[in-house]
Ligand binder design. Structure first.
Ligand code: ADP
Length: 335
C-alpha cells in the first residue's frame, strides 16, 4: 500500500544496462528502496558511478527500469506515466539551451511541451521567483552563469511540479553562487516544493538536506535524518588548552583516551554515548587543571561517507578536498 504522504516511494528498483560492444551488462541499480516524505529536502549522496543519475532518469521517464516499482506523488511510473512525469521537474546538471532564445521564449516553449495553454502559463511569476524578470527578453547567451542556473530551475518549474529534482546543482559553481542557490532551494521548499538533490558535495548535503540517502555501487548504504547520520559514528573530539603547560598527561586522562598534542593541548577522542563532556570537565577539575580554552568537534558527513563508501578510489574529489582541509586543520592545530 502506498503512503499518500510520500513524495517518492521506490521499492526494489533495479537497472541493468546492456553492455556496449562486447562489454558485460552493467547492474547499475541493485534493488533500491527509498521513501521520501512530502515537503522534505532529501539528499542523494554518492560517489561517481553510484547510480544517482540512473535513479533520477528512471523517475523522470528517461530510462526504463529493469525491475521494481516507483511511485511519484502517488502515481505509479508504469501505470500512470504521464501523471508521474507531470509531478516531477528535473533541473539538469548541464547548462544547455539555445543561446538565441530569451528566458521568456524558453519558458513558453517548455509550457508548450507540457500542453499548458497560453492563458494558464505563469511565465512572469516564475521568472520573478528566480529574479530574472528584468532579463525576460534578453538573449540567454548574455546571462551570467548564475542566471543560467536559475533559468534551468525556472524551466523545471513551468508545469508546477510538486517535486523538484536538482542534479548536482552547484557542481563547478563558485562559493557565492552556491550560497545563492542554496537559499533559493530553501525558499522553494518553504513554498511547499519537495526537493530531491543529488550531490557529491558533502557540505551541501549537510547544509541543506533534512534526510540523506547514501548510494554506493547501486545500493543504498545508509538512509536517515541528517542529524541521525551524524550521530552514527558516536565520536567526538575535545581539545583543551590548559592555563599552565603540563609536563605530561595525568594517567586519568590517558585512560579517557587523551593525549597531549605538539601545542601542549589535551586532545581527548571519545564516544559521547560512553563518556560525557561533563565527566571530562569534572575530571580536569579534580586534577586541578585550569582551562584557558576548549573546543569540541563532532564527526561530520565526510567521516560517515568515507566509512560507508569504503572503496577509496571512487571517493569524490570533494571528500578528498575536505579530508585534506581537515588534515591541514589538525596539522595547524598541532603546530
Ligand atoms: P552517478 O549518477 O551516481 O554518477 P550513474 O547512474 O550515471 O551514476 O551510473 C551508474 C553506473 O551505470 C555507472 O557504472 C555507469 O558507468 C553505468 N551507466 C550509466 N549510464 C549507462 C548507459 N547508458 N549504458 C551503460 N552503462 C551506464
Amino acid at each position: 500500500m502506498t503512503d499518500p504522504q510520500l513524495a517518492l516511494d521506490i521499492r526494489g528498483l533495479e537497472k541493468t544496462y546492456a553492455g556496449a560492444r562486447g562489454e558485460p551488462p552493467k547492474h547499475a541499480l541493485k534493488g533500491i528502496d527509498l521513501s521520501v516524505e512530502r515537503g522534505r529536502i532529501f539528499g542523494l549522496l554518492g560517489p561517481n558511478g553510484a547510480g544517482k543519475s540512473t535513479l533520477i532518469n528512471i523517475l523522470a521517464g528517461l530510462v526504463r527500469k529493469s525491475a521494481g516499482s516507483a511511485i511519484v506523488w502517488g502515481f505509479d511510473i508504469d501505470q500512470q506515466p504521464r501523471n508521474a512525469k507531470a509531478s516531477i521537474g528535473i533541473v539538469p546538471q548541464e547548462i544547455y539551451f539555445d543561446a538565441f532564445f530569451s528566458p521568456r521564449e524558453m519558458l513558453d516553449l517548455q509550457a508548450g511541451f507540457y500542453g499548458i495553454a497560453p492563458g494558464d502559463r505563469r511565465t512572469d511569476e516564475i521568472l520573478a521567483a528566480v529574479s530574472l524578470l528584468d532579463k525576460a527578453d534578453s538573449y540567454t547567451r548574455n546571462l551570467s552563469g548564475g542566471m543560467k542556473r536559475r533559468l534551468l530551475v525556472a524551466r523545471a518549474m513551468v508545469h508546477n511540479p510538486p517535486i523538484l529534482v536538482l542534479d548536482e546543482p552547484t557542481a563547478g559553481v563558485d562559493v557565492e553562487l552556491r550560497q545563492n542557490l542554496w537559499s533559493y532551494v530553501r525558499k522553494l521548499n518553504r513554498l511547499g516544493v519537495t526537493i530531491v538533490l543529488t550531490t557529491h558535495y558533502l557540505e551541501e548535503a549537510e547544509e541543506l538536506c533534512d534526510e540523506i540517502a547514501i548510494i554506493n555501487h547501486g545500493e543504498v548504504v545508509a538512509c536517515d535524518a541528517t542529524a541521525n547520520l551524524l550521530n552514527r559514528l558516536d565520536k567526538k573530539v575535545i581539545t583543551i588548552r590548559p592555563l599552565c603547560a603540563l609536563a605530561s598527561l595525568p594517567q586519568a586522562l590517558v585512560a579517557m583516551g587523551g593525549c597531549l598534542n605538539a601545542a601542549g593541548e589535551i586532545v581527548i577522542r571519545f564516544s559521547p554515548s560512553h563518556l560525557s563532556v561533563g565527566e571530562i570537565l569534572q575530571k580536569l577539575q579534580e586534577l586541578a587543571i585550569r582551562i584557558a580554552d576548549l573546543s569540541t568537534e563532532e564527526s561530520d558527513l565526510e567521516d560517515i561517507f568515507l566509512q560507508l563508501t569504503s572503496v577509496q578510489e571512487t571517493v569524490q574529489e570533494s571528500a578528498q578536498e575536505s579530508a585534506q582541509k581537515s588534515a591541514q586543520k589538525i596539522q595547524a592545530k598541532g603546530a
